[in-house]
Design a protein around this ligand. Structure first.
Ligand SMILES: *Cc1c(COP(=O)(O)O)cnc(C)c1O
Length: 225
């Protein structure tokens, strides 16, 4: 017996998700048997943030899982996940893009990515400021990267109880999405993802245009680090 009812929790979360919102089950630090519980309920997208842990889980779990890398990814580790990763959600530098392009090309595949925005007030969070992101897109460098597909934006709101604060951050991200969608991706149907919302704020995130929520604790329980 698991000490957390993963199946029941998952059902509770998915029951409330609008159809257009994807669920990334954030399984970092949880054992593979927890993931398998969610898998047996039909969950296929899982989010991990440590390369070593992900590598191990990939060998232990079914092949049709879509793995999303949601943490800060070091450039020198891209090569390990490039053969199979379904989406790299937290691209926060051009250097990382260049490496993803290189490794994706090596494996003759296209890797979907999201650009991570830094909007929250915490100093510690990674991500591109809105202006850095604008410069990044304006440079046009990414247009030559045929093995990387920019599918949208990802961000984390400040960790606070202040709903107004969280809402204003999600809204800022949503408006920024519209800005760059119109400017650079108007004809690109694949540029459609707004990955925001975690266990404590995903209902609000959905109100603010999220298309992809990353929920861990609410499904798998507290993580033991
Ligand atoms: C851990 C993590 C989550 C999930 O957080 P919960 O509060 O457990 O739902 C979502 N997004 C990112 C980037 C994370 O690192």
């Amino acid at each position: 017996m698991l000490d957390y009812d993963v199946k029941a929790n998952l059902k509770e979360v998915t029951a409330k998700l609008p159809q257009h919102v994807k669920l990334v089950a954030v399984s970092k630090f949880h054992p593979s048997e927890y993931l398998m519980e969610a898998y047996s309920e039909g969950q296929r997208i899982f989010g991990e943030s440590q390369v070593q842990e992900l590598q191990r889980k990939v060998t232990e779990l079914p092949d049709d899982i879509q793995w999303h890398f949601i943490g800060h990814l070091q450039t020198n580790k891209v090569k390990y996940i490039a053969p199979y990763i379904s989406m790299i959600e937290a691209v926060d530098s051009m250097k990382l893009m260049v490496e993803i392009q290189k490794q994706a090309a090596k494996h003759n595949r296209t890797i979907d990515v999201l650009l991570e925005l830094h909007i929250a007030e915490e100093e510690t969070k990674y991500g591109l400021t809105l202006d850095t992101c604008r410069d990044f897109l304006e440079s046009g460098e990414w247009r030559k990267m045929n093995n990387v597909r920019i599918c949208g934006l990802m961000m984390m709101a400040s960790y606070t109880d202040d709903t107004r604060q969280i809402k204003s951050e999600f809204t800022l991200a949503a408006n920024f999405f519209d800005e760059i969608k119109n400017k650079y991706f108007a004809d690109a149907d694949y540029f459609c993802e707004r990955s925001w919302g975690m266990s404590h704020d995903y209902p609000l995130a959905i109100e603010c245009g999220s298309t992809m929520v990353r929920v861990g604790t609410k499904i798998f329980g507290p993580r033991v680090y």
